[in-house]
Every structure is written in structure tokens, then in C-alpha cells.
Design a binder for this molecule. Structure first.
Ligand code: 4NP
Length: 162
């Protein structure tokens, strides 16, 4: 099973999501069975580490994302990943536009896909401050925990199916 977390710049939400997902998977029976990566629909920050505010926020929750480097979503990702987990509706729309026919169903909104029902999107914290980054962390961490639950308890939707 391979999961790709997607946002716009791949320096705030999706690297925090990748870090949270790796950490929660490592703490679960799925450790070693799920590969995780992240990307952005935009390429402006390709090659850069996460935003320093995202690094600081994740570190405050015990997760080191400083070694991650941004990259842009590419067409090969739609074959390579079982699920492309989008932070917001714009990411979903942009990724589905790029997806080859027949693979669009792999592109989903992360929060509802994971079973979270009180939010649909992870708001972009880029123009915000500490509170916005903490709110984004809270959502991606809840999504990461819910993803582990989903893949553990609904295998037909997860690791056995793909
Ligand atoms: P992200 O945040 O999509 O959560 O990584 C953003 C980072 C950079 C930009 C926009 C959003 N930007 O326009 O450069």
C-alpha cells in the first residue's frame, strides 16, 4: 500500500501530514506495510525543506520533518500510489484534472476518506501564524490516526484490495 499526501506547495500541510502519517503508522500493526510520500500540485518550492513554521510545529508534537524535500505531483504518481490524499478541494480538482482516465478514483479528499466527519479540508496555514499551523497539525494528525483505523479495520478498502 502506498499513500501520497497532496497539498498546494508541499511545504506546509502535506509534509506535516506525511510526518504525522509515518509516526502513527510506525506506532501501529501496519508498520512497514504502508509507504508514505507527499507532493504539491504546484512546483514553486520543489527541492526545498518544509516551511520552518511547519518544521517547528511538527517538532513540537515529536515529529521531525526537517529532512523532507518538496516536489511537484507528476503523472506517474497516479500509477505509483494507491491513494492520493488531498488536503483541500482545489488540490482534489487539480489532481483529478491531471489524472489519467481510470485512475481518478484514487484521488480523494483525505479527511472524509479517512472517516473524519466534522471537517472536509485542511485549511492552508501558509499566510497564517502559529495558531493556523497548530490547527493544520491537529487535522492531519487526526486524519493520520483515522487512516490507520481505516486500513486496519476495513481491509477491503485498503491493503488487501490494492
Ligand atoms: P501548502 O501551503 O500547500 O500547505 O504547502 C502553501 C505553501 C506555499 C504556497 C501556498 C501554499 N505558495 O503559494 O507558495
Amino acid at each position: 500500500m502506498r499513500l501520497l499526501v497532496l497539498c498546494l506547495g508541499n511545504i506546509c500541510r502535506s509534509p506535516m501530514g506525511e510526518g504525522a502519517l509515518r509516526a502513527r503508522l510506525d506506532d501501529s500493526p501496519l508498520a512497514g506495510a504502508v509507504e508514505v510520500d507527499s507532493a504539491g500540485t504546484g512546483g514553486w518550492h520543489a527541492g526545498e525543506p518544509p516551511d520552518r513554521r511547519a518544521i517547528r510545529c511538527a517538532a513540537g508534537h515529536g515529529v521531525d520533518i526537517s529532512g523532507l524535500r518538496a516536489r511537484q505531483l507528476r503523472r506517474a504518481d497516479f500509477q505509483a500510489f494507491d491513494w492520493i490524499l488531498c488536503a483541500d478541494e482545489a488540490n482534489l480538482r487539480d489532481a483529478r484534472t491531471l489524472a489519467p482516465a481510470g485512475l481518478r478514483e484514487r484521488v480523494v479528499l483525505w479527511l472524509p476518506w479517512a472517516g473524519i466527519d466534522d471537517a472536509r479540508e485542511v485549511p492552508d496555514p501558509y499566510t497564517g501564524g502559529t495558531a493556523e499551523f497548530e490547527a493544520a497539525w491537529d487535522l492531519v494528525n487526526r486524519a493520520a490516526l483515522a487512516t490507520v483505523e481505516r486500513l486496519t479495520h476495513a481491509p477491503a478498502l485498503g491493503i488487501i484490495d490494492r
